[in-house]
Design a protein around this ligand. Structure first.
Ligand SMILES: Cc1ncc(COP(=O)(O)O)c(C=O)c1O
Length: 341
């Protein structure tokens, strides 16, 4: 039995999404985002977020993050983020480029989360320096890169701090669906009601084959973003094909059903690993498990067809296992069986 736990990016697209794109190929549609699919995505988002929103589909999460931050941050601004944030570690300075040179201020914090006291200290350092950058934007990742989920209280503590310093708030929601399922909170409570200005709502990792949605809760930011989206070449003429993915993703709660399965499989995997006496390093709130394994055990499992990555930034002999919308429980049973054997 083989099982791919390398990433939620190695998964195929959900069949319903692929079929929706195929159906969207029929006939003509108005171009540049005024097609029926794009309009439906906006209307569906208004229901999901319980208010009118502006939406901008893009192909990648990196583009979404960079555009979102670019629309809120001047070239001389500071963007406060976690030290392990994808925008800091994995996007080759895209946020810095799209802002025209803003300064990312990475802040360490346990469990992949920004801690209010440490964040406040860095905000004050920038403010008091008067020459480093101006206070501009706070970036929160939900679900975090460490696979943990920030509670509503944790989000509120950070957004209150941001608001008291007049910062705009970006949420990297590449795995937002997993966080919504994990917390059982409403998407509105987790975003604009807590003060979030832009959410990058991920679909690719959770069943799409390349679509993320910028959901904007502040009109003047949407106005700037609409220019940046177009000017940077992220506004596709045949936008229906991006939007059709998102339309199917949001239809009939596919986004929640997919994330629920992924989260359940991660919990099942983590429980089995712990029962086998292994150390899962972090709380498994969503669909990512970090486990410490003897290297020879890891190599043996990998040689049997169980795929997962080394994760050295979390220490020696640490491996990351990511579940997804189509992870089979029997695959996890096989992995756990192989471990016991
Ligand atoms: C937390 C987080 N944000 C953003 C991204 C960016 O996604 P993309 O690879 O589509 O640019 C990823 C991808 O792994 C991610 O894990």
């Amino acid at each position: 039995m083989s099982l791919d736990l390398r990433s939620d990016n190695t998964l195929p697209a959900h069949p319903a999404i692929l079929e929706a794109v195929s159906r969207a190929n029929a006939g003509t549609q108005t171009s540049y985002g005024s097609d029926e699919f794009s309009l439906r995505v906006r209307a569906r988002c208004a229901e999901i977020f319980e208010r009118d929103v502006d939406v901008f589909p893009v192909l990648t999460g990196s583009a979404g993050n960079a555009l979102a931050i670019g629309a809120m941050t001047p070239p001389w601004g500071a963007v406060f983020c976690h030290a392990d944030a994808h925008i800091h570690r994995d996007e080759l300075g895209a946020a810095e480029m799209f802002t025209g040179g803003a300064k990312l201020m990475p802040i360490p914090g346990a469990l992949g989360k920004l801690e209010p006291d440490a964040t406040r200290a860095v905000i004050e350092e920038v403010r008091d320096s008067r020459r480093m950058a101006t206070l501009s934007t706070l970036s929160i990742t939900q679900t975090t890169e460490a696979g943990t989920v920030c509670s509503l209280e944790e989000i509120h503590a950070l957004t209150a701090l941001a608001k008291s310093n007049n910062l705009r708030i970006h949420m990297d929601g590449a795995r937002f669906a997993n966080a919504v399922v994990s917390l059982g909170s409403s998407p509105a409570d987790l975003t604009w009601r807590a003060g979030v200005d832009i959410l990058v709502f991920g679909a690719t990792k959770n069943g799409g084959f390349g679509a993320e949605l910028l959901v904007v809760f502040r009109k003047e930011v949407a106005e700037t973003l609409s220019i940046l989206w177009h000017r940077s070449g992220h506004r596709p003429s045949k936008a229906r094909f991006l939007a059709a993915q998102l339309d199917a993703y949001l239809h009939d709660d596919l986004w929640l059903r997919n994330a629920r399965h992924a989260n359940e499989m991660a919990a099942y995997l983590a429980q089995g690993l712990r029962a086998a006496g292994l150390n899962t390093l972090l709380p498994v709130d969503a669909n990512i498990v970090f486990v410490r394994l003897p290297p020879h055990t890891a190599r043996h499992l990998q040689s049997m067809g169980f795929q997962f990555y080394d994760w050295p930034i979390f220490g020696p002999d640490v491996y990351r296992m990511v579940t997804g919308f189509n992870t089979p429980q029997e695959g996890i049973d096989s992995l756990l069986g192989a471990l016991r054997a």
